[in-house]
Design a protein around this ligand. Structure first.
Ligand SMILES: NC(=O)c1ccc[n+]([C@@H]2O[C@H](COP(=O)([O-])OP(=O)(O)OC[C@H]3O[C@@H](n4cnc5c(N)ncnc54)[C@H](OP(=O)(O)O)[C@@H]3O)[C@@H](O)[C@H]2O)c1
Length: 267
């Protein structure tokens, strides 16, 4: 696996194996994202409520990297008219298509069929290449598929050694759904874990790099956020080592369905 490796979705479109999150990356979004793209990040994750879409649009306009080499994931909120929000996201991003549009979270009641219908329409019209969900449990994904016959290409969920689910991973594998791993660094909250640090020391890497590499080897697509250039570089510098099977198991065994936010919405 190289930093420019991609993963094929069941729709045959390709997604970079890791990306940059931009929630709270608002100090200088345009400058930081431009730096990240020039450094080698090819997937940028955003949302209509992160306030980072205009800066990302500016960075894409200013980079020499072709648009088709950059992969943009963005989201609609559960209270949105999803078709209209897709169009306003495009406007904010100054783009004519989005690679992947997600339902940010399921609505309070139901699986969000209306939201899904709006995204299906946007996809048919070529406004987005792929559509998916975020923070969905297996029963909610099943309900969406049953009602629409359209399988989400992605489920974006919190995922780290401390909080993940083999059942969700196996389900997604069987359906061909890719898991994008958000808060893969546990928002730094588990950086002082003893086993994580032991393993980091053994490979001469930082806890952040081990958490990202664990995701890559697990088969999920991590989207860590970093506001500072040194950390942003450190996070992408994870393609020159491999965690051995035993250490992968030790890390996975740290699972306690931990969430750095509230709780894992899928367990
Ligand atoms: N779909 C959803 O509901 C959802 C929910 C949460 C997140 N997300 C997406 O996932 C992305 C990542 O998740 P996240 O931002 O919650 O958390 P995260 O990536 O787990 O952690 C981000 C934090 O880690 C720090 N950091 C980054 N690299 C580091 C390094 N090498 N060493 C030390 N500290 C480092 C950052 O510091 P600085 O602040 O100094 O940069 C920031 O405080 C988000 O930005 C967003 O795009 C999606």
């Amino acid at each position: 696996m190289e930093k420019n490796s991609t993963k094929q979705l069941f729709t045959q479109n390709n997604m970079p194996v890791m990306g940059l999150g931009t929630w709270q990356l608002t100090k200088d979004t345009a400058g930081t994202v431009l730096y990240a793209i020039e450094f080698g990040y090819r997937l940028i994750d955003t949302s209509s409520d992160y306030k980072t879409q205009p800066g990302i649009g500016e960075a894409i306009k200013n980079t020499t990297i072709n648009r088709d080499e950059i992969y943009i994931t963005t989201k609609v909120e559960e209270t949105d008219d999803s078709y209209e929000r897709t169009k306003s996201n495009l406007k904010e991003l100054k783009l004519d298509y989005i690679d992947l549009m997600l339902i940010h979270r399921p609505p309070f009641i139901g699986a969000g069929e209306e939201l899904w219908d709006g995204l299906i329409k946007a996809k048919k019209e070529g406004l987005v290449l792929d559509i998916g969900v975020s923070n969905y449990s297996i029963p909610l994904i099943e309900e969406l598929i049953k009602k629409s016959d359209e399988i989400p290409a992605v489920n974006q969920i919190e995922w780290s050694p401390f909080g993940h689910s083999q059942e969700m991973f196996d389900y997604c594998l069987e359906k061909g759904i890719v898991i994008q791993a958000y808060s893969p660094l546990t928002r730094t909250k588990r950086f002082s874990d003893k086993i994580l640090n032991e393993i980091a020391k053994k490979y001469g890497k930082s806890p952040a790099q081990i958490l990202i590499r664990w995701n890559l080897q697990f088969g999920t697509v991590p989207i860590p956020m970093a506001d500072q250039k040194e950390q942003l570089e450190e996070d992408l510098n994870v393609f020159n080592f491999e965690i051995d099977n035993e250490d992968m198991k030790r890390l996975s065994n740290l699972n306690e369905h931990y969430s750095s936010l509230r709780s894992l919405p899928y367990v």
